[in-house]
Design a protein around this ligand. Structure first.
Ligand SMILES: [Fe+2]
Ligand SMILES: [Fe+2]
Length: 262
């Protein structure tokens, strides 16, 4: 049987200039690497922070560049995004600034997208309505292998600055309660950390995919907890590749070396 291939791009941050680095050529390089894979991917999910500051022109650019992939692209908002502009740029369901939740089919794999952002703040959260939607959505196809994607990955890193702007323990516990009821979930994937990290929630694997822009160097004991600029950024750009074969999911990561793609 042919495997289902889903590429995950995350944290594009178009419009940023962190440490003087331009995100656009890095995204273009990642897109080319996806296109140069030995087997074509069936779809792409983009797990948030498409733009750095919610600029409309950057959303148009994101749409244009991602169009080069020539496969269905499923996007979701990150804390740097504005839902309304993301929604109109990519013709997403729902209206205005309402949470962006939807699901899609990629062959036998079901993709469920859950909005984890709170407008105007960095940490993620889920209100009761969001979790009710997720529970109902997952109940619709209890037998079908499903991947759940959101911006904030439900895991703890031990990096105080990052854990403080991710999903706090009560949010993870509330999500775990829903996840535990749906054993068809093969993995929960996110971004936000700009760092490859793996864990589990209610027995379900959790993966944080690398950024197409810059990765974060971990400081487990920062000297200055309040210093926003304390994060140190590093190379290389990358993306995740999720492979479903005979109902089993394998999540893999591709990092771009200088000779990637020949
Ligand atoms: Fe980000
Ligand atoms: Fe983020």
């Amino acid at each position: 049987m042919k495997p289902v291939l889903l590429a995950q791009l995350s944290d594009l941050h178009l419009g940023a200039a962190w440490e003087g680095v331009d995100p656009r050529p890095r995204l273009e390089q990642v897109i080319e690497a996806v296109r140069a894979l030995p087997n074509p991917v069936d779809a792409v999910v983009v797990s948030g922070d498409l733009t750095d500051s919610g600029d409309e022109a950057d959303y148009r650019l994101a749409r244009q560049l991602l169009g080069r992939l020539e496969v269905p692209v499923h996007v979701l908002p990150g804390n740097h995004d504005l839902r309304g502009l993301l929604r109109s740029a990519f013709e997403l369901p729902g209206e205005g600034e309402a949470p962006i939740n939807y699901s899609g089919e990629i062959g036998e794999l079901r993709l469920v997208i859950l909005d984890s952002i709170v407008a105007g703040q960095d940490p993620g959260a889920f209100d009761a309505e969001q979790l009710r939607w997720l529970d109902e959505e997952l109940s619709k196809e209890p037998e079908r292998p499903t991947l759940l994607a959101m911006h904030h990955p439900p895991l703890t890193t031990g990096l105080p600055e990052w854990d403080a702007i991710n999903l706090l323990p009560p949010e993870r516990a509330a999500l775990a309660e829903v996840v535990g009821r749906h054993p068809q979930l093969r993995a929960i994937v996110g971004g936000h950390l700009h760092r490859i990290a793996a864990s589990a929630l209610a027995g379900c694997p959790v993966l944080s995919a690398p950024s197409t822009y810059l990765q974060m160097l971990p400081d487990f004991m920062p000297a200055d907890f309040e210093d926003d600029d304390a994060a140190t950024w590093t190379d290389p750009p990358g993306f995740a590749l999720h492979v479903l074969l005979d109902g089993e999911l394998s999540s893999q990561v591709e990092l771009l070396g200088p000779n990637h793609g020949g």
